[in-house]
Design a protein around this ligand. Sequence first.
Ligand code: 16G
Ligand code: ZN
Length: 532
Amino acid sequence: LSIDSLRSLSDAHPKPSHLRFQYGTAGFRTLGSTLDSVLFRVGVIAALRSKKLDGLTVGVMVTASHNPEHDNGVKIVDPRGEMLEGSWESHATTLSNAPTTDDFLEAVDALIRTSKIDVSKPARVVYARDTRPSGITLVAALEDGLSALGAEARNAGVTTTPILHYLVKAINTKGTPDSYGDDSEEGYFHKLGTAFKSLVGGRPPLEPLLIDCANGVGALAASSLAEYLGSSLPLVLENTSISTPGVLNHACGADYVKTMQRLPPSLADRLKPGQRACSLDGDADRLMYYYLDERGTFHMLDGDKIAALVAAFIVDLVKSAGLENDIKVGVVQTAYANGASTRYLFERLPVKCVATGVKHLHHAAEHYNIGVYFEANGHGTVLFSQSTQSKLAQYQPSTPAQSTALTHLINLIQLINQTVGDALSDVLLVETVLAHKSYTGEEWDSLYVDLPNRLVKVVVGDRNAFRTENAERRLVSPPGLQAKIDELVRRYDGGRSFVRPSGTEDVVRVYAEAVVRSQADGASSFSLPAYC
Ligand code: 16G
Ligand code: ZN
């Protein structure tokens, strides 16, 4: 480790003195123009993380997902393709806030000592960015951090967050019996495309699916995917302007659809009644489906509807394969899950509620043999435990029907990106189920009827004054506030409401649902006491 080169490179990426950074739910995320020092330091941290793990490849993704174009961010991906381990999130926060180069070198030294990192070990890092213009210089800063530690760096270019996660896992399993696939974008598309064609083969051709690419990196990936899918699933790509300034996530994309509960205006004269459509977010890890009915009314099929569709399908397959006593399927949701979806799922399989954020859902889903998790916002995936995968590989079906179900389950393992929620993989998953069930969007939608709901954000003096328990469903502080919420909720039929501090913005979020639309609106518009 050359301290001199680390010092001089660090001097070239000084920390802005007035800013404090935090590795939060989605990594570091803020205005792109303020992140230079953070990216440099993340390069150093990722290299150290790799050294700590004996030179396994660590990933770095530069993206701000569904946020506005001027934002940017960065997150580190652990070798199995999963989110960075919790204790290293705090190391990252500490290192990113060291005021001077001297402080930073001292913090690096402390991390090496306390985490017992052997700096003579190799460091390997693969990185990528989304289409944000600020990503170009941020990646250059990241590269400086990597080269300061002599890391072996691989640039995966401009790609989606889930593809970067795939690459990390594929690189680390290369040449092993657990190989996740070829460690290239082609390997990813080939894996998904092949599995999809096997799953829908021999069925009537699917109607074209319209995809709103949010004018982001999903446009690139979706157009590659379209080639691999060919006529098995015709894709019509919209909002694909990745080089027009200012249009990323603007009045389009999964977050727009979910929060506005409406069709992106740009699709108004594109979408025919009854046609299936969906929106990706800015880094293609979230997915929202929707359709217009005959009267032109918009209907949204969000993460909860996806969970209901997919979980019920997998439960049926496990049953048809004759494995219902050996393989337990479960679902993980957050407090934002629509109450009607929870009821629908609960009648069919175990359901668990955890705190917001992918890592909480992911870890809870790992406790099932097959764990389905989706956030209402459209981020989610399905995890097949290692023992379940071996069980399926060795199982001897005793009837042709069992054999067919088994083949479908094995293909689903290939189709689903198990490292993290992946909008494109999830599109193929949804389309598989719709094809097998011969469902239109409308039939899928009628699995259950959403309870009317509202989500609002409230600016408060100090969001840290809001502390929750029971998977964010109840407040423990400020004192007395939960009792007030309880009292209000009691006034509404089927009412439910909760208040939680955001992990990504300086606000608190207030969610309310009730059986009647006007009541859900009422419950979300109560005012917080003055001392908040
Ligand atoms: C981040 C999370 C997402 C969560 C959202 C909540 C990851 C990769 N992403 O985008 O899962 O739904 O934050 O934001 O964990 P909030 O705390 O501001 O409501
Ligand atoms: Zn995203």
